[in-house]
Design a protein around this ligand. Structure first.
Ligand SMILES: Cc1ncc(C[n+]2csc(CCOP(=O)(O)OP(=O)(O)O)c2C)c(N)n1
Ligand SMILES: [Mg+2]
Length: 889
């Protein structure tokens, strides 16, 4: 039964209990009252009462008026600073949209200004020589407010401000936080809703991991993450809060700006977003601090002895709260207080203006300060601050609390005038049209104050470290065993080769401890369970139980100093851990070397937006798409068999991707990746597919390293007699082996000489090809350059046939760089399905027979063999020409 449904059968008894409680609160404090209540509830439960946990508290501030820690700041100066920041944030958007249509947001920062200001003035510490600094995730579309403050501090010029959202000609400012575009300023890209909260949780956890492994010192650093209330509807926003609660990440603070609106309208018009979020977070083990009402309400609450005001606040839904703030004091008097005569009486001495001044918690710097101070001190839990604000605060008729406000990027002169008057900033009437930026003069108390506050907190924010001390990367010879032939009958998969590489790396004296293996509950799939014992699985509390397999050599070992991040079935979380590790060079000044290995189908396809953000963040690390290939992962069927992750990898400009076949290729690629990312500190990351098919691995051809890295090298020269027709066969991943078998058929059965090329990266070949093509276009009078693929094929005759375990488009992307001859791409378009590798390769038409037929057909089209030879081969290999196209079945 819900509380409201239980009738009060004895009001006098009720009152006695309430009075008793009142007296405890008054004489012994709230904490004692809480203790007594918990004892009572516990006792009742033990005696059989059904009292489920209620995760929500009353619709009032968590910190009572008398218990707020007071800000030591100069409030008048801070008010003026905030007014200038507000004005400049509005001005930069309005000015940018006077002559362009580049857009921008005013209303969101207008609601959040106080939340940021208090943080910058009093809480967020910049990195310095002996302190790593706090990490602040700024809400993406509140960026103008952050620029506005940086401008006041002289960190940004007026020219930059005027180039808000106009980046192409340089000296512009990004629409949203983008480390790629402003690499010394922004740390975390946040504007894709939901990614900020998720990544922040894993940054906090990774900070804890580094501390537990004694790689960084415990210094009380915090991760602060700002987000909108609408943003909380993204599954990513709430998806990892239980992890933060479970792991007691008290280095994490969420600030949710509850302005009750999102883009189109109310977030929870029919209920209350703050109450809903409170129960979600409390249920997940967080410390919840609600900052709902500003100081002007305190006296009213004090006089609300019967709890009627509280009742009225409880019964109002967010849709009404929004409407109130789009009207005026008279409306609020009539429609809010007017519901009960006692409440009208409560405000009878207040003017309409007084009523209008009753502020919301998120706009009251004292309440915000108190909440932040409490969050800083709280230990044993992450904290979420739920701050109630007004969207478009100060915009008046141009948008305050209006449904259209999110996209309001222009303001008429009269609205600008209202804004000026509301925040009392010195802009003369005749200049209003211009919306000039405001600055504090050199030597003014405000500028001095701003600088002093930041100096006391270690320096300016946001700020991003671009380089760390380089690592000493092991030479290729460290992987010597993999560069040699595996030996007659000694088969292995590239996944096994990868595990060997990883094992070598974690044992390396110089860099071993910086390696971070990450898996989402798939270690056994990849044969990595041996590492459990050797490296340990990270757990902040160690291992509190005897593992079931304790007797075994490779038991499941959890350890406070564990090196492996075993993320459970959580690709988004694992990717966020990878991002935290891959950006550690910047956020901690310590380059970490993450290897995240996962089912390739659940990579880019599943967490593509995080992979995009990782590119923006200049992440450095390795992603390993395991059990890759549409036909190589046999048996698992349609959902698991990946034939497109490489195409998705190609969409990320700084993601370097490879589809190697042999152990030595993998070793060369990983070693060079380490050199590029950790020695030379290039801002790239790697995606490498590894497979689970076992086969023998040859020795590395002498001098192949450079071409392996460029994406293609000659594996074997055609052997057929002089004058024989020639073909060039290209293959990658496991399908290279079908290509090799096809070459043998062509030579033995058709007298065709086939050169075999191992293509380690069609993606890199294309990038290089496009780059060269572009250069040639722009340098018409200079000798044309050749791309790597052109260089490889220029002296080699015959049509080109390329085959991979991915969609045809993957190999087809190099077609433009094979001019003047036949090019045929084989690939695995269509939905995967379960069967053996052999059957699947026949079905998808990528096996040796199809390689042979495609080669013969290309030769026939050039009249080098008769078409009848192709027809005969089709019959010979038992291929049904009327077989449906695999994409259609
Ligand atoms: C994944 C994603 N979907 C949609 C958007 C577009 N978008 C930007 S802001 C916004 C509304 C945000 O509302 P809220 O989180 O409440 O923030 P507020 O502006 O109210 O502070 C939307 C839909 C986006 N940036 N990312
Ligand atoms: Mg909102």
């Amino acid at each position: 039964m819900e509380m409201q449904e239980i009738p009060d059968v004895d009001p006098q008894e009720t009152q006695e209990w309430l009075d008793a409680l009142d007296s405890v609160i008054r004489h012994e404090g709230a904490e004692r009252a809480q203790y007594l209540l918990e004892q009572l509830v516990e006792k009742a439960r033990r005696n059989g009462a059904y009292l489920p946990f209620s995760a929500t508290t009353a619709y009032c501030n968590t910190i009572l008026a008398g218990q707020e820690e007071r800000s030591p700041g100069d409030h008048e100066i801070e008010d003026r600073i905030r007014a200038y920041v507000r004005w400049n944030a509005m001005a930069m958007v309005v000015r940018a949209n006077k002559h362009t249509n580049v857009g921008g947001h005013i209303a969101s920062f207008a609601s959040a200004a106080t939340l940021y200001d208090v943080g910058y003035n009093h809480f967020w510490r910049a990195p310095s020589d002996n302190f790593g600094g706090d990490m602040v995730f700024v809400q993406g579309h509140s960026a103008p407010g952050v620029y506005a403050r940086a401008f006041l501090l002289g960190r940004l010029s007026q020219e930059q401000m005027d180039n808000f959202r106009q980046e192409v000609d340089g000296k512009g400012l990004s629409s949203y936080p983008h480390p790629w575009l402003m690499p010394d300023f922004w740390q975390f890209p946040t504007v894709s809703m939901g990614l900020g909260p998720l990544m922040a949780i894993y940054q906090a956890r990774f900070m804890r991991y580094l501390r537990d492994r004694e790689i960084i010192q415990p210094r009380g650093r915090k991760v602060w993450a700002f987000m909108g209330d609408g943003e909380m509807d993204e599954p990513e926003s709430l998806g990892a809060i239980s992890l933060a609660g479970r792991e007691k990440l008290d280095n994490l603070v969420f600030v949710i700006n509850c302005n009750l609106q999102r883009l189109d309208g109310p977030v929870r018009g029919n209920s209350k977003i703050i109450q809903e979020l409170e129960s979600n977070f409390r249920g997940a083990g967080w410390n919840v601090i609600k900052v709902i009402w500003g100081g002007y309400w305190d006296t009213l609450f004090a006089r609300d002895t019967k709890g009627l005001l509280m009742k009225r606040l409880e019964e109002c839904v967010d849709g009404e709260f929004q409407t109130f703030k789009s009207k005026d004091g008279a409306y609020v008097r009539k429609h809010f207080f007017g519901k009960y005569p006692e409440l009208l009486e409560l405000v009878s001495t207040m003017s309409d203006d007084d009523i209008w001044r009753l502020n919301r918690g998120g706009h009251d710097p004292h309440k915000v300060y108190a909440a932040y101070a409490a969050a800083m001190k709280h230990s044993g839990q992450p904290t979420v601050i739920l701050a109630k604000t007004i969207k478009g605060y100060g915009m008046g008729e141009a948008g305050e609390s209006q449904n259209i406000t999110h996209q309001q990027k222009k303001m008429g002169t009269s609205s600008i005038k209202t804004f000026r008057d509301r925040f009392n900033v010195p802009v003369p009437d005749e200049q209003l049209e211009d919306v000039p930026y405001l600055k504090f003069e050199e030597g003014s108390p405000e500028l001095t104050y701003m600088r002093e506050r930041r100096a006391a907190l270690g320096g300016y924010l946001p700020a991003r470290r671009q380089k760390a001390a380089p690592l000493e990367v092991p030479p290729l010879s460290a992987f010597d065993a993999l560069l040699k032939a595996s030996g007659e009958g000694r088969e292995m998969s590239t996944t096994m080769a990868f595990v060997r590489i990883l094992t070598t790396l974690v044992r390396d004296k110089k860099i071993g401890k910086f390696v971070v293996p990450i898996v989402p509950d798939e270690s056994r799939t990849f044969g990595m369970e041996g590492m459990f014992r050797q490296l340990g699985i990270y757990s902040h509390v160690g291992q509190l139980y005897t593992p079931q397999d304790a007797e075994q050599l490779m038991f499941y070992k959890e350890d406070k100093k564990g090196q492996i991040l075993e993320e459970g079935i959580n690709e988004a979380g694992a990717m966020s851990s990878w991002i935290a590790a891959a950006t550690s060079y910047s956020t901690h000044g310590i380059p970490m070397i993450p290897f995240y290995i996962y089912y390739s189908m659940f990579g880019f396809q599943r967490i593509g937006d995080l992979a995009w953000a990782a590119g923006d963040m200049r992440a450095r690390g390795f992603l390993l798409g395991g059990t890759a290939g549409r036909t190589t992962l046999n048996g698992e069927g349609l959902q698991h068999e990946d034939g497109h992750s490489h195409l998705q990898a190609a969409t990320i400009p700084n993601c370097i991707s490879y589809d190697p076949t042999y152990a030595y290729e993998l070793a060369v690629i990983v070693q060079d990746g380490m050199r590029r990312m950790y020695q030379d500190q290039e801002d790239v990351y790697y995606y490498i597919t590894v497979m689970n098919e076992n086969y023998e691995h040859p020795a590395m051809p002498a001098g192949a390293e450079a071409s392996i890295l460029k994406g293609m090298y000659l594996l074997r020269e055609g052997k057929a007699k002089k004058g024989a027709p020639k073909v060039q066969l290209l293959g990658s991943g496991t399908i290279l082996r079908e290509v090799i078998a096809g070459a043998e058929l062509l030579e033995k059965e058709y007298g065709v000489s086939a050169d075999i090329w191992s293509v380690t990266s069609f993606n890199e070949l294309r990038r290089n090809g496009l780059d060269v093509q572009r250069w040639n276009m722009l340098h018409p009078e200079q000798p044309p350059r050749l791309s790597h693929i052109e260089e490889c094929l220029k002296d080699r005759d015959g049509p080109v046939i390329a085959a991979t375990d991915y969609m045809k488009l993957f190999a087809d992307q190099v077609r433009a760089f094979i001019p003047g001859r036949k090019f045929f791409a084989l690939g695995t378009d269509g939905f995967g399905r379960s069967d053996t590798r052999e059957k699947l390769r026949g079905f998808f038409e990528v096996n040796r027979h199809y390689v042979t037929v495609a080669a013969l057909k290309s030769l026939a089209d050039e009249e080098l063999v008769p078409q009848s030879t192709v027809a005969a081969a089709i019959v010979k290999y038992g291929i049904d020409p009327e077989k449906p196209n695999p994409t259609t079945v």
